[in-house]
Design a binder for this molecule. Structure first.
Ligand SMILES: Nc1ncnc2c1ncn2[C@@H]1O[C@H](COP(=O)(O)OP(=O)(O)OP(=O)(O)O)[C@@H](O)[C@H]1O
Length: 604
């Protein structure tokens, strides 16, 4: 890997750490295929040896048969056959080993991708607050693909080329070590030429790569915002912008290819010629004015053959370095993501207590002196204490930013509480097995988030629930009738994001999804904010049917939704300002709830 002399010690340390991370990742992902690597190296050495043997046999043919005119056809046939056989066997062996290594690389990347995706699925919600979706997707797809590049470069090119290079130099040294030294002395020029080429082409290569991701980003943005784009008649302007980016990408690619055509190839060919000339000149000098000794013609033949075998692997190795650098960076990014922890909620519960082993008569939810901040020193919830009885229906209201969704996130264990505690059926949340917890708590989010799948799959959410349970949940959510009216009933595909359905219907599917898990606690996050009054009525009916059986905590902007709640909690700047039934809260003259309610009445 290239190291820049202007790098500070910290940068050098960071680069080394990056290398360690990248190669650690490579080693771990390839572990199950370790034995393949050992065999591949062994067979590549055999292949390199066979490749080196060819010119040696050629040398014998010249020295022992052609020059002395000792035309022993049997021996000549054997030697020629040997040359052919060695060449064919070497090519075949290398091909087999390279496909073995390709298989290893592909399987490792497949494992890695699954590992990364699985890891992302288990990361805590706090991670996703910082994460950028596009970058995460790129980590799972592009970066793991770049890791494959690392395997291919390290395993294929560098390993294979190094073995061929070492074998060829050894054969040269065996034939004539002084001549070998001349070839080796000229080798650094190959490195110099490739280094110069990379320096010259690097800006174009980097820019082309940036432009390629711009092209992807523009495409994704346009498709995502197609409705807005077409409504504003912006197609022509977007097409122009895209064409400009595309044109620049083309220009940069051409610049890169030009650097290759004008500098790299001619300079390397020139060096090849210089090497040949140097070897021939040395022969001439050594022989003095006498004719070349017969034994040396064979050596010359073998050397000429070997020169190409030295130059090509050297070019290959050097050319890989910039690519290698990028792959190392990508691999280190993947390794960094895999090191991302903090998934404490997914760790083993401290006591593995089950929520249903709770002390009898304890509240469904008990919040004690709860404090929370997303960012240090910016507290969002202050000393919150609240008991919610089994089977109660509790509404949470408050101004925007008062902390309603945050409270719900803590109840859902998306974030750990900073201070204080939350107990479910008398058991602290951290002590409840996470899977069991998720089974017992259902969520209806503000955005129903539908998959591009059937109605059945959307309610089931990969839990493998029986059909009857799915239908019962849909009935309870008042979604059954409209699902049955779709052309394939529960098997109807709902389109991306449930585009086939109206907002209210999507919300009813989300309610059915939550109910299908038969939760003991149901959390609703403004589940009625995007639906019409008629659907809201349906949701309310569904909720009232659940009353007493399921503990319901509902955040609501539209106060009519929670008017009938057993208790309404009014949050203000992260504190409980008021609590009581609708009627009781309306009695508080100038109270926050009363003001909110009257304001909504006026607006209606
Ligand atoms: N992921 C986050 N990272 C940092 N701060 C956040 C995050 N989510 C919310 N906040 C902040 O926490 C405070 C409470 O937000 P929260 O979403 O809980 O309010 P809310 O009462 O649900 O508001 P709304 O009714 O508008 O949804 C706000 O000041 C908000 O800026």
């Amino acid at each position: 890997m290239r190291s820049d002399p202007q790098q500070t010690p910290e940068e050098k340390r960071a680069q080394k750490a990056q290398m360690r991370r990248a190669f650690g990742l490579l080693r771990r992902a390839a572990k199950p295929d370790r034995h393949h690597l050992g065999w591949a190296v062994l067979w590549l050495i055999v292949a390199a040896a066979l490749e080196v043997i060819g010119p040696l046999l050629g040398k014998r043919l010249i020295d022992e048969h052609l020059l002395p005119r000792a035309l022993d056809w049997n021996a000549i046939g054997m030697l020629l056959g040997g040359v052919l056989l060695a060449g064919a066997a070497s090519t075949w062996l290398r091909y087999l080993q390279l496909s073995r290594l390709a298989g290893l690389a592909m399987r490792s990347v497949q494992r890695l991708r699954e590992q990364v995706y699985g890891h992302v699925l288990r990361l805590p919600m706090a991670f996703f607050d910082r994460a950028i979706t596009g970058q995460l997707v790129s980590r799972v797809t592009n970066d793991t693909e770049a890791v494959k590049g690392l395997y291919i470069q390290v395993l294929f090119v560098i390993l294979d080329s190094t073995i061929v290079l070492v074998g060829t130099i050894a054969a040269m040294a065996w034939l004539d070590w002084r001549l070998m030294l001349i070839v080796v002395a000229l080798m650094p020029f190959v490195l110099l030429i490739v280094w110069l080429y990379q320096r010259l082409s690097a800006p174009a290569v980097t820019r082309a790569r940036q432009l390629r991701s711009d092209i992807n980003a523009q495409m994704a943005e346009s498709i995502g915002g197609m409705t807005v784009l077409q409504a504003n008649n912006a197609q022509a302007r977007f097409a122009e912008r895209f064409a400009a980016t595309n044109q620049e990408h083309y220009t940069q690619r051409v610049a890169e290819i030009r650097a290759n055509a004008w500098l790299l190839r001619p300079a390397l060919d020139m060096l090849n010629v210089v090497l040949l000339a140097a070897v021939i000149y040395f022969f001439g000098m050594r022989g003095g004015s006498n004719a070349m000794s017969t034994a040396e013609v064979g050596v010359l033949y073998a050397f000429i053959n070997y020169i190409a075998r030295v130059i090509e692997p050297l070019i290959q190795i050097t050319m890989q370095f910039s690519q290698l650098q990028q792959s190392v960076v990508a691999s280190a990014r993947v390794a960094g993501l895999l090191d991302e922890t903090g998934a404490l909620e997914h760790g083993k519960p401290r006591h593995s207590a089950a929520a249903n082993e709770a002390p009898a008569g304890s509240p469904a939810i008990s919040i004690r002196h709860l404090d929370f901040a997303y960012i240090d020193d910016q507290r969002v919830l202050h000393d919150l204490s609240l008991d919610i009885a089994q089977g109660a229906f509790v509404g949470i209201v408050g101004h925007t930013g008062s902390g309603k969704s945050t409270l719900l996130s803590l109840l859902l264990r998306y974030y750990p509480a900073r201070h204080g505690s939350i107990l479910m059926n008398g058991v602290p949340l951290d002590d409840i097995d996470i899977e069991q917890f998720r089974n017992e708590v259902g969520l209806v989010p503000q955005d129903p988030f539908l998959l591009a799948a059937s109605a059945y799959e959307n309610i089931d959410m990969a839990r493998g629930l029986p059909r009857e349970r799915i239908e019962a949940a849909a009935r309870a959510a008042h979604a059954h009738d409209f699902i049955m009216a779709l052309e394939d009933g529960y098997d109807t595909l709902l389109g991306e994001g449930g585009s086939r359905l109206a907002s209210g219907q999507k919300q009813l599917i989300a309610i059915a999804r939550a109910l299908a898990g038969s939760p003991r606690i149901l959390l609703l996050d403004e589940a009625t904010s995007r639906i019409d009054s008629q659907t809201e009525q349906i949701v309310q009916e569904a909720m009232s049917e659940l009353r007493g059986r399921v503990t319901i905590v509902a955040i609501a902007h539209r106060l009519s939704t929670i008017r009938d709640a057993d208790r309404i909690v009014v949050l203000n700047h992260g504190r409980i300002e008021e609590t009581g039934s609708h009627d009781a809260l309306m009695q508080i003259e100038g109270g926050l709830y009363q003001r909110l309610y009257l304001l909504q009445q006026l607006a209606a």
